[in-house]
Design a protein around this ligand. Structure first.
Ligand SMILES: [Mg+2]
Length: 306
């Protein structure tokens, strides 16, 4: 029997293994994971099992939430900035611009959005696993509100806020033992009305990644693809493999899929051969490198903290 704690650990660990599994294929064509015929072997500058910025930022969020017993946005932003300044191997273009702008935490993303007009990347979606676990017990509204505020630290576009809020809510549903796909209509009804139509479209039962109108580095097709991967498969590894095999922003689509599928199926569903080599360097924070055991502990503390 899968417990709530198993599902919380599954969300955090699942997102991290998805990130690491997808990392070598980032910006590549579809089907590369299947074509290679072996998994977690690294490549493209990544060691086997090495997690990227998605998981690194998720860890920073989770540790801030625990250290402060809740949402302390300036502290999260400071941790992001310290990490960005240390030169992580990978960092989203927009996230980097916002974090290195020198602007204050409550203005940096908004100013960037004002100048660039488009900021609906998947960079706030990718780091959602830890905060989704932390806030789940506080209910739907508190979860979605916290998600929006965390997203807004780096993304000024409300589309990114709403997508991140949706993902948090779907993870929350899964932790409750519900099927997140069945909770989709309810979650969508809590999305800001002016953002709802595009999410209705990419989360509809008949949507598939072939219908995407943007690269999957954008928030809508990224979330849509993760939900599609969950919907069209019957287990954790199958869902995450499907996400990586889409090509494009493989680490992030798989990190989002892994958070959902890990919450849905629980930590036991995650292949041990994927967690064994898993490691998360934390640039800017000494020589710290988290392994699967430390992510498990982090998730456990997040699940019990709220
Ligand atoms: Mg990444």
């Amino acid at each position: 029997m899968t417990t709530r704690l198993d599902r919380a650990v599954g969300a955090v660990l699942g997102s991290a293994v998805g990130d690491a599994l997808g990392a070598p294929y980032e910006f590549g064509p579809a089907g590369e994971l299947d074509a290679r015929g072996s998994e977690m072997r690294g490549g493209g500058g990544w060691d086997p099992g090495e997690a990227t910025d998605d998981t690194q930022m998720a860890v920073l969020v989770g540790e801030s939430l625990l250290d402060h017993g809740g949402l302390e946005l300036p502290d999260v932003f400071d941790r992001f900035r310290r990490w960005a300044a240390a030169g992580p191997k990978d960092i989203g273009l927009q996230t980097e611009q916002v974090l290195t702008s020198g602007d204050p935490w409550d203005l940096a993303a908004a100013l960037h959005f004002q100048v660039n007009a488009r900021a609906a990347g998947n960079g706030s979606l990718m780091r959602a696993s830890t905060s989704a676990v932390f806030f789940a017990a506080a209910g739907q509204q508190a979860t979605m509100d916290a998600a929006r505020r965390l997203a807004a630290l780096t993304h000024g576009d409300p589309a990114a806020w709403e997508g991140t809020a949706l993902l948090h809510e779907l993870v929350r549903a899964a932790l409750d033992g519900a099927d997140p796909l069945e909770r989709l209509p309810q979650a969508l009804s809590a999305v800001a009305p002016e953002q709802r139509e595009r999410y209705d479209r990419v989360l509809a039962p008949d949507w598939h990644p072939g219908l995407a109108t943007e690269f999957n580095g954008a928030v809508w097709p990224c979330l849509g693809s993760a939900v599609w991967a969950l919907r069209t498969t019957a287990g954790f590894p199958e869902a995450v493999r499907a996400a990586v095999n889409l090509g494009g922003d493989t680490d992030t689509v798989a990190a989002v899929t892994g958070a959902l599928a890990g919450a849905r199926y629980g930590r036991e569903a995650i292949p041990p051969e994927w967690t064994a080599p898993l490691h998360v360097p934390l640039p800017g924070f000494g020589d710290r490198v988290l392994d699967a055991r430390s992510l498990h502990d982090l998730a456990t503390r997040l699940a019990g903290a709220a």
